[in-house]
Design a protein around this ligand. Structure first.
Ligand code: PLP
Length: 396
């Protein structure tokens, strides 16, 4: 008999490709100086939280009884916080969501693991659309589900409906949709979501049970032009929203987000109860109390997105002009670049020789690309451009 859960031991021993590269970067920065390493590995926002966040923290520390402020809230989250978030969602999207439909969490990772555990029954299949955030596989399988992938639409990075039709079956419990997308920065258009909704409705009818859409939305506000990010519950009833303030407010280390189960979602009461139950079973009750209150006071605020827009324009234009084939990102803070050789891992290794740390796309379920997180300083991007040019010269 094994002493520990071997699957968990495996997950704890083998780091993700992204984390691996990040750790390599830390080591390399010590060896040659941080200013000489161009680290595009991690989606850790470089833009500080808006000033309202720290003002709110200071204000709350001064004005709120410390026992209350640092105490447990109710398991689903403080009532006044949920009330304010629900009002904000109603005002922005007109969605039918009230405080009783919200469960406060420690960010999108917790929102996703809770939701997947809430929906998982023996044989459940969870589907992601490539390229996807690699942890979806870990979260889905840890919830007892079978993880399936719809291959990428490498023309527009929308959805390949022919492949989706082959992947969805009677055992499909949910489809995870992430837009603006990590790793491509692409936003699913209204047309794509409408087609997806029609497809899923037809399959629900055929199978006689709901197929849920899980909307993973940490990048919802990170959009650089006037491009619509459709609110999925408005186009497909059986949607569960997994939101996080990690990126919009630059608070990834504070671990705060929520799950919304809109009123019109199939089996609403059972789904919400299962969300609360999964939160309990996973130990995710009572999200950080101080942060719940901070996000309540900072709804509608974002960190300074103009920096990401500037970085996007700078990096995209420079890389295209020296010959790279890049996916144009309307949102999030990632650039998805086609590897000039078929093996993206080999390309990323060559990039390391130029001190460029970029993530090969294999773990995103779409080979032959690399992901660059441009939530870094503009200065670092400027200094990295000669290295990208020198790297491309190796392929000419
Ligand atoms: N989903 C996607 C697509 C992400 O990119 C991330 C983090 O980078 C997460 C979920 C997890 O976010 P959080 O920090 O809120 O747990």
């Amino acid at each position: 008999m094994s002493i520990v859960n071997e699957k968990m031991m495996g997950l704890g021993t083998v780091r993700s490709a992204i984390r691996d590269l990040f750790e390599y970067g830390l080591k390399r920065k010590k060896e040659i100086g941080a200013e000489n390493v161009f680290d595009f590995s991690l989606g850790n926002p470089s833009v500080p939280a808006p000033p309202e966040v720290n003002e709110s923290i200071r204000g709350l520390l001064d004005s709120t009884d410390s026992v209350v402020l640092h105490g447990y809230t109710s398991a689903v989250g403080a009532e006044d916080v949920r009330e304010k978030i629900a009002a904000d969602i109603q005002a922005r999207f007109g969605a039918k969501i009230d405080k009783n439909d919200l469960y406060m969490t420690c960010g999108a990772a917790a929102s996703l693991t809770i939701t997947l555990n809430a929906l998982s029954t023996p044989g459940s299949e969870f589907i992601a659309i490539a390229p996807f955030f690699p942890e979806y596989r870990v979260f889905s399988e840890a919830a007892g589900g079978v993880f399936k992938v719809v291959p990428a639409d490498t023309e527009k990075f929308q959805i390949r409906f022919d492949a989706l039709a082959e992947t969805v079956n009677e055992r499909t419990k949910a489809l995870i949709v992430n837009s603006p997308n990590n790793p491509t920065g692409v936003i699913f258009t209204r047309k794509t979501i409408e087609e997806l909704a029609a497809f899923l409705r037809a399959r629900e009818e055929e199978y006689g049970h709901p197929i849920f859409l899980i909307a993973d939305e940490p990048y919802r506000e990170l959009v650089y032009e006037d491009v619509e990010v459709p609110y999925l519950p408005n186009l497909y009833d059986d949607t569960i929203v997994c939101y996080s303030f990690s990126k919009s407010l630059s608070l990834p280390g504070e671990r705060i987000g929520y799950i919304a189960v809109p009123k019109d979602c199939a089996e609403h009461d059972a789904v919400f109860a299962a969300v609360a139950g999964a939160g309990r079973a996973l130990g995710y009750v009572c999200a950080p109390s101080l942060m719940q209150r901070v996000v309540k006071e900072c709804l509608g605020k974002t960190s300074d997105l103009s920096v990401y827009k500037k970085n996007r324009d700078l990096l995209y234009n420079a890389l295209v002009s020296c010959g790279y084939d890049c996916v144009y990102p309307d949102g999030a803070f990632y650039l998805f670049v086609k590897s000039p050789e078929p093996d993206a891992k080999a390309f990323a290794e060559k990039a390391k020789k130029h001190e460029l740390l970029i993530v090969p796309s294999d773990s995103f379920g779409c080979e032959g690309y690399v992901r660059l997180a441009y939530c870094v300083s503009t200065d670092m991007i400027e200094r990295s451009l000669p290295a990208f040019e020198a790297l491309m010269k190796e392929y000419r």
